[in-house]
Design a protein around this ligand. Sequence first.
Ligand code: CP3
Length: 355
Amino acid sequence: MTALKNDRFLRALLKQPVDVTPVWMMRQAGRYLPEYRASRAKAGDFMSLCMNPEFACEVTMQPLDRYPQLDAAILFSDILTIPDAMGQGLYFETGEGPRFKKVVSTLADIEALPIPDPHKDLGYVMDAVSTIRRELNGRVPLIGFSGSPWTLATYMVEGGSSKDYRKTKTMLYDNPQALHLLLDKLAQTVTSYLNGQIMAGAQAVQIFDSWGGSLSAAAYQEFSLAYMKKIVSGLIREHEGRKVPVILFTKGGGLWLESIADAGADALGLDWTCDIGSARDRVGSKIALQGNMDPTVLYAKPEAIRTEVGRILASYGKGSGHVFNLGHGITPEVDPEHAGAFLRAVHELSAQYHE
Ligand code: CP3
């Protein structure tokens, strides 16, 4: 394997010294980029991009080619590959988000769900990881990812996106054993899926708990965090002679940072609702932080974006342990020039905080 030319992302996750604060963007390969829209048109649809390793590699590289400031690549795929591999039949209705042909409603449905084998049932993801790793040729580290069991369960039970998670939460309170069985199957699947990605070449992994923040404090512990903990304890933490850092991102988890920091991961993703300096005071001695600019700041003028970047860097303060990111994914309406201004500002304004 080629040596890494830029490892500041991995170093910051392990709180080792860096020259500038590393930066990447959730959803950095996506619809705000005209080159992404062209590749999707060529492939036919979104899932064809995910399922063809050459296409997945092409779109993963697009933001890196456009923005030399990016310090990490993220596998182009989706969290919903797992429910698809469990037999739910994922499809995307244009403009309507994800949908499933089969929905999971009863204990019997959950008992019947198979546990996918990452190599047999999700081999196209493993192939995408190794293809991207080869193409990167040591330029920056590659991030693998999965959804959290709770976040995946909401899609599987609701049959798609949801505003209130009505069916999943009804199951949580009426039939907790059924939901626990589903979450347990998902935790097993996510563990082997992420380990497969690590063996195929992912150099860090992130678990997206996008909807953990919709739970009550008690339910978050029992139905989301407990399963992420289980996954973290089963992950391969060293590969190719290097640590493989794990990032947990619970959107809306700002009230629970102490317990998330105790889950055994290396870094914690923050959305924009918490102050990163206070988060550092609370958990920064235990864990690195990733985040946390409001993605809507990117609609504003480059000068306003730069001011906001400066404010967040000052709030975190001196030293390593911070990976700059947005507090959630970049949105399709963002002007690519504004994303560029954001990334440049992070490197330019952060040098003063590092020795
Ligand atoms: O970050 C990256 O660049 C890597 C690729 C990536 C995608 N999805 C590509 C994608 C990642 C890391 C994801 C994760 C994902 N997928 C999450 C967790 C992160 C988060 O945003 O909270 C979730 C909840 C999903 C589920 C999902 N996938 C939804 C709800 C949708 C439709 C809504 C939307 O944003 O369009 C998708 C589709 C999807 N996944 C797109 C992309 C680029 C857009 C599809 C298109 O091209 O039309």
